[in-house]
Design a protein around this ligand. Structure first.
Ligand SMILES: Cc1cc2nc3c(=O)[nH]c(=O)nc-3n(C[C@H](O)[C@H](O)[C@H](O)COP(=O)(O)OP(=O)(O)OC[C@H]3O[C@@H](n4cnc5c(N)ncnc54)[C@H](O)[C@@H]3O)c2cc1C
Length: 499
């Protein structure tokens, strides 16, 4: 790890999103100063679920196997009535486009530690803990941040600043950012336990839709479990955090010996910042959007932000791409983020019903849907970008490019590892084309041999001679190889090329 006075990108906030963004940027050759006002990783209970696409991002950072070893595969997600009847069951899909299992139940501080370890090994990263952001000014060349650490006030100069400083983002406040509010606001007590020998915790994730006490019970990393209890009107936060109250809430589960590890009361809400970029200042993660956790997607959305933004910042800073590329960040990410927030709020409205009559009507409707064989929910899949840095109209553009795998277990091979970072042009027939920063491969090349069938099947499904895959593994477009490279070149530097 290095120490700089200036950098390409200043990241404010070293939660999972700031740490992932920093790691992706240094991987792309961009220098980073990452500051956090705290000296330790946030200790309170938060994310326990991450999905397959996030594992693909972690794979790029070299920590996916480490995270997988400290996680459990996503089990079924059951919504049950107060009397135990099954209202809805979401089974994880067996296949995903990312080459990983549908999801994983994990321990957030362990993931954050793994990401910080990546930064500790990089000469391009300067991590400063106990260092709080206070104010910023920006001009045509860069951003000056006023910060404060143990030595007092100081400034950091950067080309860009990204606020990854969580829900109460001071960076968002400094840019006058307003929030769209979905008007969902429910207080929940969250309790993480260590599972002791002899304990019998459930092996599925559960929402107990009991109007007397809506309750969530889900797996966490190995040896850990999570309960969430909705606070009822009039219940005081401090009283609910008491040991004896928590013990009395867990007791009916009859799960044997568990040790309370962490507890907190949160207000679950849905918020989206109106503007994610103001000139040289950008927002990512909870600073840009917050969701109730019922779909387990808050951090996942933030890591998708990081993957989307990192290669664009690198293209602007390192490869001379035009700054307008950064405007595609919100255009691409906001619709997907909103779709997941709306899904989570929909789940929350099902779960949080406190009126017994309304809960009974909900149960009857869900049981009828189930009896009729209606699908419980649409799959959580990112819809292809309708706009952004894509060759709009070409088949497959804006969707996630699949990651075929070969082999099993620890010897499983994955396409991304074979082709490496950066953009790829994959052609069906050998093509005499090249471009700086783009790996050109033909499906007939040995490099791609273990994954040939999967890649070819995708190209055939689009009826495309070639695909250009962006560094975040979303499809820029399909078409003839030379035309694709020309379109990619124009997309990255529209103003210079037009001049
Ligand atoms: C109960 C609960 C359950 C959840 N479950 C899931 C789940 O299963 N799956 C999922 O994907 N998500 C889940 N989430 C959401 C997830 O935890 C958050 O979305 C995620 O932590 C956000 O990451 P972040 O890096 O954007 O922000 P944070 O994790 O909040 O990190 C922000 C960082 O910025 C620092 N900071 C703040 N202000 C300053 C400043 N002025 N100067 C310097 N540093 C500053 C803070 O110290 C902190 O380290 C859950 C959340 C809760 C509350």
């Amino acid at each position: 790890m290095a120490a700089f006075d200036e950098c390409d990108v200043l990241i404010v906030g070293l939660g999972p999103v700031g740490a992932a963004l920093a790691a992706l940027l240094v991987d792309a050759g961009v220098s980073v100063i990452a500051i956090d006002r705290d000296t330790e990783i946030y200790p309170m209970p938060r994310a326990v679920h991450l999905d397959h696409e996030i594992m693909r991002i972690l794979q790029q950072l070299g920590v996916a196997e480490q995270v997988r070893r400290n996680a459990r595969e996503l089990p079924a997600y059951e919504f049950r009535a107060a009397d135990g009847q099954l209202l809805m069951c979401l089974d994880p899909p067996a296949q995903t486009p990312s080459g990983w299992a549908a999801g994983y139940m994990f321990h957030q501080p362990s993931l954050e530690r793994a990401l910080r370890d990546v930064l500790a090994g990089s000469p391009l990263a300067d991590v400063r803990l106990g260092c709080a952001f206070e104010r910023l000014t920006q001009d045509a060349e860069g951003v000056t941040a006023e910060i404060r650490d143990a030595d007092g006030p100081a400034t950091i100069r950067a080309n860009y600043l990204v606020g990854c400083d969580g829900g109460s983002s001071a960076v968002r406040a400094a840019t006058g950012g307003r929030l769209f509010d979905y008007q969902f606001d429910e207080p929940w007590l969250v309790v993480d336990v260590k599972v002791l020998p002899g304990a019998r915790t459930p092996d599925v994730n559960l929402q107990i839709c009991d109007p007397a006490r809506p309750t969530t019970c889900v797996l966490s990393g190995p040896g850990r479990h999570r309960w969430e209890f909705m606070l009822l009107p009039g219940e005081a936060v401090d009283a609910m955090l008491a040991d004896e109250v928590i013990q009395s809430l867990i007791a009916p589960w009859d799960c044997g010996p568990v040790e309370i590890e962490r507890r907190a009361v949160y207000r679950f809400h849905g918020l989206v910042a109106e503007t994610w970029r103001q000139q040289r200042v950008l927002l990512a993660g909870d600073a840009a959007h917050q969701t109730p956790p019922f779909a387990g997607q808050g951090m996942c959305s933030g890591l998708r932000d990081a993957a989307n933004l990192a290669w664009k910042l690198a293209a602007v800073l390192r490869d001379g791409a035009d700054e307008t590329l950064l405007d595609t960040y919100q255009a691409e990410r906001e619709p997907h983020t909103r779709a997941l927030i709306e899904l989570a709020i929909g789940m929350g409205r099902v779960v949080c019903a406190l009126d017994p009559a309304a809960a009974a009507a909900r149960d009857a409707e869900m049981l009828a849907r189930r009896a009729a064989g209606a699908p419980p929910l649409p799959p959580i899949r990112p819809a292809p970008f309708a706009t952004g840095c894509i060759l709009a109209g070409s088949p497959g553009a804006g969707g996630m490019f699949p990651q075929p795998t070969a082999g099993e277990g620890v010897r499983r091979l994955r396409l991304d590892d074979a082709l490496g970072g950066g953009a790829w042009l994959i052609t069906r027939a050998p093509a005499p084309v090249s471009a700086r920063g783009v790996e050109v491969v033909c499906v007939q090349d040995d490099l791609i041999a273990p994954f040939r069938a999967g890649v070819l099947a995708w190209l055939e499904a689009q009826d495309a001679p070639a695909v250009l895959v962006r560094p975040d593994r979303y499809v820029f477009g399909t078409g003839e190889p030379a035309a694709l490279l020309a379109a990619w070149d124009r997309a990255l530097a529209p103003l210079q090329r037009a001049a």
